[in-house]
Design a protein around this ligand. Structure first.
Ligand code: ATP
Ligand code: MG
Length: 276
């Protein structure tokens, strides 16, 4: 059964600073499984109040310290416990910057360079990916990260990750800093690329519209210590972001989820008021 799950969390709890005065449990007893479906990587959107442990979950899956290892429970990828970062998992974070001293071309080619791929082949693949994420090879390939807009930087981050064909892509608020127009464009791009690469995606966002549009399933976390309160199936992104997100049926899903999240926030406010 386990081998059929690409990702599985079994009663995963993460407590930071164990045994110290500032000991803090960020997530508790997180259990879920993402089935390894042939020819279809599932897109999981993750929503939850700030501090509910969304980034903690992603970083545990990435095998990054200090979130990794979990305090208790198991994080499994294809049935095998995560021991650290690996080529099967790629990451795109909001504040994830490429190497400042490398051009776009060298940033995109970096992962292949680490794998020992020849210069001709890695540059050829890098050019292909620069093009696929909507950048211009001739005019952007030689630019350094500080010469790029936020949207362009995230395109580079996506190209850098996808060029390595990870089976799992971890995205932590990747479009959080973009204006609405750029954000729609990036959502459309991500849908197109995701259909091509068929990876399993974990996508953390604070935008309910983005979560509902991109996701096959939306996970909603409780306030901290985070636990998964709801797993909601949502319709596939079959039309462009700007179009579909205006439709009544879509808005209805969004409102339903907004009510759930607002309830979580209002419980917190009431509790805070009692404490003070
Ligand atoms: N290294 C750490 N040491 C101690 N506490 C930590 C550490 N990393 C995270 N935490 C705490 O764990 C909780 C969950 O953090 P996490 O970053 O996972 O939340 P999040 O859901 O991603 O929040 P946001 O939406 O604001 O990004 C927070 O209260 C945070 O302060
Ligand atoms: Mg976070």
């Amino acid at each position: 059964m386990t081998a059929n799950n690409i990702v599985e969390f079994r009663q995963v709890t993460k407590t930071f600073n164990v045994g110290r005065e500032d000991e803090f449990t960020a997530i508790r007893d997180i259990t879920f499984a993402i089935e390894d479906l042939h020819g279809h990587g599932e897109f999981i959107s993750v929503l939850g109040p700030s501090g509910s442990g969304k980034s903690t979950i992603l970083r545990l899956l990435a095998g990054l310290e200090p979130q990794h290892p979990p305090t208790s429970g198991q994080v499994l990828v294809s049935g095998v416990p995560v021991l650290g970062p690996g080529a099967d998992r790629g990451m795109v974070f909001q504040d994830y910057t490429s190497f400042d001293n490398r051009t776009v071309l060298d940033n995109v080619a970096f992962g292949l360079e680490c794998r020992g791929v020849s210069k001709t082949e890695r540059y050829s693949k890098a050019r292909e990916w620069i093009h696929r994420v909507g950048l211009n090879v001739a005019s952007d390939g030689g630019k350094y990260p500080h010469e790029l807009s936020g949207g362009m930087r995230q395109r580079v981050a996506i190209a850098r990750t996808l060029i390595l064909h990870p089976r799992i892509i971890l995205m932590d608020e990747p479009f959080g800093a973009l204006d609405p127009h750029n954000r729609y464009q990036m959502q459309d791009l991500l849908v197109t690329l995701w259909r091509e690469v068929q990876a399993t995606v974990f996508f953390v966002t604070h935008s309910i519209e983005e979560a509902v549009y991109l996701g096959d399933r939306v996970f909603i976390l409780s306030r901290s210590p985070g636990t998964i309160l709801h797993q909601i199936e949502v319709p596939a992104p079959v039309r462009p972001a700007a179009e579909m997100q205006r439709e009544a049926e879509f808005q209805e899903k969004v409102f339903r989820i907004r009510d759930i999240l607002e309830d979580l926030e209002s419980v917190k406010k009431n509790q805070d008021a009692t404490v003070t």
